[in-house]
Write a protein that binds this ligand. Structure first.
Ligand code: 7TS
Length: 412
């Protein structure tokens, strides 16, 4: 098991103070900090190998292409993809889901079809489907979430019909940290002939994932939530599906051939093979290199230990929070067996932003608001919540300090 305190030296940002206090960063569900190894990998790319990929025969372009495609291979192995071609580089989870909505949904869904979505989804797994449904007329059915934030499996599974074409579910909620059994739901989806899209934004960074074991048709995740750079993320798709899908954006590199015909005064176009069919224009090459470095860092720690470390922190924090202040409320289930390292909470009489600002005065970063998941807040009967979310470098000592400051807040 790695020692959180020991790996903190890899993260330059922990040298700084915020408002005169050592930085305590509990906003990892929004984005994580970056280790020196990731920063160095990006810098090394720009200093030593920078060129565009797939375009030129010169040495630098060959090196850049090798690094870019090597990153794809590292990512594919990390999630258990059959081959690197199933890994499409995108900007992040949001773009990955939009890609599926526009490339697959817009062409394949029509009036009478149904898409099933849980009410705990981040807006990025709701809004693209609402946009496409307004264009093509398919129906969206929303599956209930229990008042403790756990998925109502009976409702979800009961809502499948012969018309269901797609089920959308996050593997971990970004608000409650609840872990969903996406493998179970994927099985039911497939029994009904529907596809399964898994939002892995909050799961891939924190646990061992095998897309073939889950039998996910699509998996979306973001590099910046797993030590990697911003602006790089992944859409995993089963190859047979990607092959049948239409392109997302048009431009360079996503075509095999564009030929102008003077007779018809138009261009005939044939598409490149996946994944390049979905990667129009110059990709975020340095971002991919940085994400591969992040994955290697996580693999060195071991994903089972990453999960265990966060579990221990969550159990520790929940126990302390339950007994620290009379005015503090924890939202959603606190059962550590059901969740990851995300704890939503509130303080009676204070808005979530007031809570976050008070903590910020002491160098403690938590998020406040509705975390792009308003339907789930409606279920919790809340306008907003404060949220502490942990990662590999967080320690029990930081949680102790967090509790101390919360106690001061209550006094105040
Ligand atoms: N899906 C989930 C479950 C998420 O938590 C997020 C981001 C996204 C999708 C979108 O990811 P992006 O990288 O494309 O922005 N969640 C959060 C959050 O909880 N606080 O800030 C961003």
């Amino acid at each position: 098991m790695f020692i959180a305190q020991a790996i903190r030296d890899d993260f330059p940002i922990f040298k700084r103070k915020v408002n005169g206090y050592p930085l305590i960063y509990f906003d990892n569900a929004a984005t994580t900090q970056k280790p020196r190894q990731v920063i160095d990998a990006e810098q090394d790319f720009y200093e030593n190998h920078n060129a565009n990929v797939h375009r030129a025969v010169h040495t630098l372009s060959q090196e850049a292409t090798e690094l870019h495609e090597g990153a794809r291979e590292t990512i594919g192995k990390f999630i258990g993809a059959k081959e690197p071609a199933e890994v499409v580089f995108v900007r992040g989870t949001t773009e990955a889901i939009n890609l599926v909505a526009y490339s697959w949904g817009l062409r394949n869904l029509k009036a009478g079809d149904e898409v099933l979505i849980s009410l705990m989804e981040h807006h990025s797994n709701i809004v693209p489907w609402e946009i496409i449904s307004r264009l093509t007329g398919f129906t969206i059915k929303y599956a209930n979430v229990n008042s403790d934030g756990t998925l109502d499996y009976k409702d979800f599974e009961g809502k499948f019909t012969k018309n269901t074409k797609l089920a959308c579910l996050s593997q971990v909620s970004n608000v409650s940290g609840v872990i969903n059994d996406v493998k179970r739901v994927a099985k039911v989806a497939h029994e009904h002939g529907a596809l399964m899209l898994v939002d892995g934004a909050q799961s891939v960074p924190h646990m061992s994932i095998d897309v073939r074991d889950l039998d996910a048709d699509f998996l979306a995740f973001s590099g910046h939530k797993m030590l990697g750079p911003t602006g790089i993320g992944v859409l995993y798709g089963k190859k047979a599906l990607l092959e049948k899908m239409a392109p997302f954006e048009g431009g360079g590199e996503m075509i095999k051939e564009v030929s102008y015909s003077p007779q018809s005064e138009g261009c005939g176009i044939s598409w490149n093979a996946p994944p390049w069919k979905f990667e129009a224009g110059t990709p975020n090459i340095a971002g991919g290199v940085g994400l591969a470095a992040a994955i290697k860092y996580l693999q060195r720690l071991g994903m089972a230990d990453v999960f265990q470390h966060e579990k221990e922190l969550t159990e520790y924090a929940v126990k302390k929070l339950q007994n620290c202040c009379t005015k503090l409320a924890l939202y959603g289930t606190t059962n550590p067996a059901l969740k990851c390292g995300i704890i939503p909470f509130g303080v009676e009489g204070l808005s979530s932003h007031d809570v976050a600002l008070f903590l910020d005065n002491y160098g403690i970063m938590v998020r406040s608001g509705f975390h792009c998941a308003q339907p789930l807040h409606q279920i919790f009967k809340l306008q907003s919540s404060a949220r502490a979310s942990f990662y590999i470098y967080n320690t029990k000592e930081e949680i102790d300090r967090f509790i101390e400051v919360l106690k001061e807040m209550e006094q105040f």
